[in-house]
Ligand binder design. Structure first.
Ligand SMILES: *Cc1c(COP(=O)(O)O)cnc(C)c1O
Length: 418
C-alpha cells in the first residue's frame, strides 16, 4: 500500500492531534529506513531519539523474540527476572543506591517522580514546584502541569499543582524561585523539545546546590538525554552532579515502550505499598529489550563512538557556510541545526527529498537524534549533502527566487511535535 493511500486511511481513522505525517515508513535496517513507496532514507531522527540501536538490530531482535517466546507479561502481581536485571543494571550505572520504578513511557516516568515529590512535599510542608519556561515533561495532566511550553499547556489549564516557571539556564532566577517551601525542581540537562538548548556551563551544578541548600528535590528529566545520547550514559554525568530523582525513557528500550524513574538514597523509600503502580510496567519484553540496548552500548563501545561521530557531524555542520544556517547546538548524537530564518519545515522537506529524515523541531531549529550506531561515513554523507539541502529549502521558502521545478511540493509540511 502506498504512502498516499496510507495517509488517507490515517486521516480518516485517527484523531487530528498529530495532523497527518508526511511519510509512511515500512521497514528499516541499521540507520537506513524505507518508506511505503520503497524510497530509502538515512534515519537521522531515530523515532525521536528512541531507536538507539537503529532498526532490526540483531541483539534487540533476538532479545525481544526470545522473551516473547518465553513469557511476554506478568503484571506487577508477580516478579520476573528481566525487570530485576534491568533495575539492577540501572542502579549500577547510577552509583548503587537508586531504587527504580518501571513505567511504559517518559510521561509515566515523570508522573512517578511527581508523585514521589508530592508525597515528600506533604510530609515536609512544601507546597509548590519549580520548572522551566519552554521545558517539556510530557502530556498527561501531571506532567503537563510541569511543562512550560505555553502552546500545549494553555488549552488544558488551569492545573491543580502550583508550578512556578523560571527562564531556563538562569541560575539566579532559580535561586530566587526555590525556597524552603518548594517540594521539587524539574529540569532537563539540555532542553530537548525546546530546540536542543544546552544551558550555560555550571547551570546544572548550581541547580544541584540550590536544591541541596533549600531541601527541594532535584529531579533530572533525562527522558531524551539518557542512555548514550550525549556520549555519556546520562547527561548529568558530564556535570559531575547527581539529582535526587532521575527519569529516563526514549532510548532505553531501543523502540520498545519503557520508562524508568530512579530515586536515590532516602527518596527511594518515600512510596509505601499501594502508592503507585502500572499493569504493564516491568513488562519482561520491554525489560529484555532495554538490557539488550545496555549490553550492546557497552560491548560495542558506543559511548565513545557517539562522542566521535557527534563531533564529526557537529563540526561538519558548523563548517557549512550557508546563509540559511546560523550554527549548530548540542552534544553527542543530539544536535540542532539553528537556522537564520523560520524555515525548519522547508529544511525537513528538502532533506527528505535528498534521502535524509530530520525533524523540524522549532520554526528555526532542525533536530538530529540518529541511532547511536550511525557510522562516520553516514554522518559525512549528510554533511556533504547539507549545502544542496539548504539551497533547496531556501528556494522552496521563497519560490519567486526559484526555478519552477526546484520548489518542493512538500515544503509547507507542518512542524511535528511529539
Ligand atoms: C519525550 C519527553 C517526555 C515525554 O515522554 P513520552 O514517552 O512521550 O511520554 C518527557 N520529557 C522529556 C524531556 C522528553 O523529551
Amino acid at each position: 500500500m502506498s504512502t498516499k493511500e496510507l495517509r488517507e486511511r490515517y486521516e480518516a481513522a485517527f484523531m487530528s492531534n498529530y495532523g497527518v505525517p508526511s511519510l509512511a515508513l515500512a521497514c528499516g535496517e541499521g540507520s537506513r529506513i524505507w518508506d511505503a513507496d520503497g524510497n530509502a532514507y538515512l534515519d537521522l531522527i531515530g523515532g525521536i531519539a528512541v531507536s538507539s540501536l537503529g532498526h532490526a538490530h540483531p541483539a534487540l531482535v533476538e532479545a525481544i523474540a526470545e522473551q516473547a517466546a518465553t513469557l511476554a507479561h506478568t503484571s506487577n502481581l508477580f516478579v520476573n527476572e528481566p525487570e530485576i536485571m534491568l533495575a539492577e543494571r540501572l542502579r549500577e550505572l547510577l552509583g548503587g543506591d537508586g531504587r527504580v520504578f518501571l513505567a511504559n513511557s517518559g510521561t509515566e516516568a515523570n508522573e512517578c517522580a511527581l508523585k514521589v515529590a508530592i508525597k515528600y512535599g506533604k510530609a515536609e510542608g512544601r507546597s509548590y514546584f519549580v520548572a522551566t519556561e519552554n521545558g517539556f515533561h510530557g502530556r498527561s495532566m501531571g506532567a503537563l502541569s510541569l511543562t512550560g511550553k505555553q502552546s500545549i499547556r494553555e488549552p488544558f489549564g488551569p492545573f491543580a499543582l502550583d508550578v512556578r516557571f523560571v527562564p531556563y539556564g538562569d541560575a539566579d532566577a532559580l535561586r530566587v524561585a526555590v525556597t524552603e517551601d518548594c517540594a521539587a525542581v524539574f529540569l532537563e540537562p539540555t532542553q530537548g523539545e525546546a530546540g536542543v538548548v544546552p544551558p550555560p556551563e555550571g547551570y546544572f551544578a548550581a541547580a544541584r546546590q540550590i536544591c541541596t541548600e533549600t531541601g527541594a528535590l532535584f529531579v533530572a528529566d533525562e527522558i531524551q538525554s539518557a542512555i548514550g545520547r550525549t556520549g555519556a550514559w546520562f547527561a548529568h554525568q558530564h556535570e559531575c552532579v547527581r539529582p535526587d530523582i532521575l527519569t529516563l525513557a526514549k532510548g532505553l528500550g531501543g523502540g520498545m515502550p519503557i520508562g524508568a524513574c530512579v530515586a536515590f538514597g532516602r527518596y527511594g523509600d518515600i512510596f509505601a505499598k499501594g502508592d503507585h503502580g502500572s499493569t504493564f510496567g516491568g513488562n519482561p519484553i520491554a525489560a529484555a529489550a532495554a538490557l539488550a540496548v545496555l549490553d550492546t552500548i557497552d560491548r560495542d563501545g558506543l559511548l565513545d563512538h557517539v562522542t566521535k561521530v557527534g563531533e564529526l557531524l557537529a563540526g561538519g555542520i558548523a563548517a557549512t557556510g550557508h546563509p540559511l544556517l546560523a550554527g549548530v547546538r548540542g552534544r553527542g548524537l543530539w544536535l540542532a541545526l539553528v537556522l537564520t530564518a523560520n524555515e525548519a519545515p522547508a529544511v525537513e522537506a528538502a532533506a527528505r527529498e535528498a534521502g535524509f529524515l530530520v525533524n523540524a523541531l522549532q520554526p528555526n531549529a532542525v533536530r538530529l537524534a540518529p541511532p547511536l550506531i550511525l557510522t562516520s561515513e553516514q554522518a559525512q554523507s549528510f554533511v556533504d549533502a547539507l549545502p544542496a539541502i539548504l539551497d533547496a529549502a531556501a528556494e522552496a521558502a521563497s519560490p519567486q527566487a526559484a526555478s519552477p521545478q526546484a520548489a518542493s511540493p512538500q515544503a509547507a509540511s507542518p512542524q511535528k511535535e511529539n
